[in-house]
Design a binder for this molecule. Sequence first.
Ligand code: 13P
Length: 251
Amino acid sequence: MQRKLIIGNWKMNGTLAKNEALLKKLTDGVTGMSGMDCAVCVPFPYLAQTQALLRGTSIKYGAQNVHQAEKGAYTGEVSVHMLRDFGCNYVIVGHSERRTLSGESSGLVAEKYASVQKAGLTPILCVGETLEQREANMTETVVGEQLAEVIKVRGVQSFRTAVIAYEPVWAIGTGRTASPEQAQEVHAFIRKKIAGFDEDFGHALCILYGGSVNASNAAELFAMPDINGGLIGGASLVAEDFLAICRAGTS
Ligand code: 13P
């Protein structure tokens, strides 16, 4: 069985003082937990602090966004080379908050995904449907199209060095988690779609679930055969909750 991967997405939260307290509790708390990998994706200004506090620990870290270009006249943007300078392992691309609030298209997300991989970092590609799309029975079409754009730009083999996060938009920050069965159904669809191109690595694909995961529902979600871990928003800001979720991922 694949090791579970638990990643915290802090979103636009934190202060130097709060981060220090949180990261200290996390590094203490994960000591001795086995069979699980853990990471946090922090706001850009806190990467240096995160790098310093996580040095020599088993917790990896990354960013929540990146610009698709290597460098240049893009005021206010951050390139993947800058993220690599700070020791990032992961970069979230295509989070639904960016697709919606910043108007990121699947084409742009695919370009960002490509730039992350070319720099040797691991993209966490977020996919997921809105409530309206689910109710119109379009979940598989929407998720399929989001994946297809990346396959077009980078090829299906690129998923060997990527993480996919299924995050139904209606479950993000709403307290309304997908049931384990609902999540499993979409995870199985994603795996089958990728395995349709290449069976062996379809099995090895890492697919996280995100959307109102908390200390009480993590274990039943992680028990599903196609759920390889979680991308955690709100609960990743509370050390005890995030650690309880990590514990639910230990084998
Ligand atoms: P919540 O866990 O707060 O619902 O957020 C999920 C998410 O968007 C993680 O990327």
